[in-house]
Ligand binder design. Structure first.
Ligand code: NIG
Ligand code: FE
Length: 440
């Protein structure tokens, strides 16, 4: 007979069934712009059927168990199941730490003062230039595995602690190595314009202007060549720039992003962390995939977010990490019909935090969004912030089987509770992740 369909007596065998979740958050229906943010698509007593790396079906437990069978099942009673978190802004690979600077900051020195005195990003650059590829991979691996344990199944990872082509490439290679060697999916970003390198801070070196020309006209073309020769099977990395007083001006940022765009790279920007220089408007006008930080964003740039597709990525761990009072004005971005995402900004200076659960706890309190809105910002909208909303960030048939089980009876416990890990199981590309004692 043509078009034979399995009947009710003929369940299809799949690789994994997760069933009986108290709440299953599907986040179905695509990116959540403006006031749609927080549409969780909750299924009470929910189940998922998984074949290989993909989701086959999502429904209530009874119809799923009637249609599918599996030798491997997870009883999710007493848990909330949701898509794995997507962390769309991290500086995953670096060497050393800045604990001494943290001590100076709590004693009163500001982040920018420390940076002007030769500390800050440049001090991590000194350590990172000396580190071997193997050391960078090893320290990055422990952070990546901690992220996974805290529920992040896909993350963006930036270079930016080299500030010379060779070291930036070493960082990029360590990100690609970690992408191959760990279960987490890593999306690379080239952030050669993260700070002014020490050798461009001396008299006669031309400073930020000369370095931004070098990034735009030498590093980015060299990066494209390197990529074609060494990583042509992967999509091009993002190009990002730190548009800020003391880092790169709006014009210098434009020069770098325009060159990146001409070469075909997708774009991101660090904008409005301390000063609103116009970086967000620039990002929207250039079709950047995301604009990140957005604490001091001028009203016209918030409006621009509502008229474009650039995702606004808030990084609440950063003002918290710096003990600052101002956070991204999420309500204004939502009211302007913008697309809001959140990320950790994991980095050694302002926010050494691998946990999207912590970002959610901070976003709910200091950006005044609900747990439901924060969850959407940390999953489907975060996926959009790295151009992956059609592959991850929701639980829908056809999507990658990336999901987490939380030991909580109701999704509103996310954000409400903080400082402990609520994740009890991580499923990545259809596999239940087994953690080792060293993955802590
Ligand atoms: O996103 N703002 C620039 N970069 C990082 C900080 C990096 C560092 O201090 O090492 C950030 O906050
Ligand atoms: Fe950052």
């Amino acid at each position: 007979m043509k078009n034979h369909r399995p009947s009710k007596q003929d369940p299809r065998t799949v690789d994994l069934l997760i069933h009986s979740a108290d709440q299953l958050l599907t986040l179905r229906g695509g990116v959540q712009r403006g006031s749609r943010l927080g549409d969780l698509g909750v299924i009470v007593d929910g189940a998922v059927a998984i074949q290989g790396e993909r989701i086959v079906a999502v429904d209530r437990t009874a119809p799923i168990l009637a249609r599918y069978r599996s030798e491997v099942t997870l009883d999710a009673r007493g848990t909330v199941v949701l898509p794995g978190f997507v962390d769309p802004h991290t500086h995953l690979v670096w060497a050393g730490d800045r604990a001494a600077e943290f001590e100076q900051r709590v004693a009163g020195a500001s982040y920018m003062e420390i940076m002007r005195a030769g500390g800050g990003i440049v001090s991590t650059v000194r350590n990172t230039r000396q580190a071997s590829l193997e050391d960078l991979v090893e320290s990055g691996r422990s952070r990546a595995m901690r992220m996974l344990q805290y529920g992040t199944t896909t993350a963006e990872a930036k270079t930016g602690y080299g500030l010379e082509f060779e070291t930036e490439l070493k960082l990029l290679q360590s990100i690609l190595r970690l992408e191959d060697d760990t279960p987490i999916d890593l999306i690379p970003t080239f952030l050669g314009a993260h700070a002014i390198p020490p050798e461009f801070q001396t008299d006669g070196s031309g400073g930020a202007e000369a370095y931004s020309e070098l990034v735009a006209h030498e590093m980015l073309p060299a990066l494209l060549n390197w990529w074609r020769e060494n990583a042509s099977d992967r999509p091009l990395p993002f190009v990002d720039v730190f548009c800020e007083e003391g880092a790169f001006s709006l014009d210098q940022s434009r020069t770098i992003l325009e060159s990146g765009k001409k070469l075909g790279f997708p774009l991101k920007i660090h904008a409005d962390e301390f000063e609103g220089l116009g970086g967000t408007g620039l990002a929207v006008s250039m079709g950047a995939v995301s604009a990140d930080h957005l604490v001091q964003t001028p009203p016209e740039d918030i409006d621009a977010l509502g008229n474009g597709d650039t995702v606004a990525v808030a990084l609440p761990c950063t003002p918290f990490g710096l003990a600052e009072r101002e956070f991204t004005p999420a309500g204004d971005i939502i009211a302007a019909d913008g697309i809001l995402a959140i990320a950790t900004d994991l980095n050694p200076g302002t926010a050494w935090c691998e946990s999207m659960q912590m970002a959610i706890a901070l976003a709910t309190r200091y950006m005044s969004i609900t747990p439901g809105q924060a969850i959407a910002a940390a999953t489907i909208n975060a996926a959009a912030a790295i151009g992956l909303a059609d592959r991850v960030g929701s639980l829908e048939a056809g999507k990658q089987a990336d999901m987490i089980l939380l030991d909580i009876p109701d999704y509103r416990h996310l954000g409400y509770r903080f400082g402990t890990n609520l994740v009890s199981k991580v499923v990545k590309r259809g596999q239940i992740v087994e953690f080792q004692p060293q993955d802590r």
